[in-house]
Design a protein around this ligand. Structure first.
Ligand code: FES
Length: 175
């Protein structure tokens, strides 16, 4: 006959068992932290970097304020010349098409001259001398209902036949 003890023997946990358990908790914690980091970095791609640049559109004021010729009014602030001809108005972006310098207007010679490498441009923006490979850009220009000129430097055209028409030209004849 087998004798059974009245109470079960007490099993003592060894210090080794505790340290193994602690190690596993640490490992799970590290894995959770790693996966959390991966998830956070993945979520970051849902929010692309955005460069908040100032608007390229500006109000150049009443069209009637521009007399015949080239106005330098917005050159310093917006790098734009507003030009009035008999037929209407257009806006030229003051950036040389060679390497991007800012030309100056020489009214006595009826041309823009670039100080960097000598390109010359007609009042329409066509290249008449120097290394510039193409005409100056005309900006989008519109006449608002209150008579103001709205110029948008983000919309550009320099091809003859296109730049003389809306939205790169405001016909003011009869206005
Ligand atoms: S940048 Fe104007 S000519 Fe070179």
């Amino acid at each position: 006959m087998v004798e059974t003890p009245a109470t079960a023997p007490k099993i003592e946990e060894s210090p080794d068992l505790l340290s193994r358990r602690g190690f596993m908790q640490l490992a799970w914690g590290a894995l959770a932290a790693f996966l959390g980091g991966v998830a956070a970095n993945s979520l970051r791609f849902l929010f692309p970097n955005v460069v908040y640049e100032p608007s390229q559109k500006f109000n150049a004021g009443p069209a009637v304020d521009y007399p015949l010729g080239v106005s330098l009014k917005w050159m310093r602030e917006q790098r734009v010349w507003v030009v009035r001809r008999e037929q209407g108005l257009y806006a030229l972006w003051g950036r040389c098409t060679h390497l991007g310098c800012t030309p100056s207007w020489f009214g006595g010679e009826d041309r823009f001259k670039c100080p960097c490498h000598g390109s010359n441009f007609s009042p329409q923006g066509d290249v008449i001398a120097g290394p510039a490979p193409k005409p100056l850009w005309h900006c989008k220009i519109e006449l608002a209902s209150n008579g103001d000129l709205i110029i948008d430097k983000a919309v550009l055209e320099n091809r003859p036949g296109f730049r003389e028409n809306a939205p790169y030209f405001v016909d003011t004849q009869g206005a």
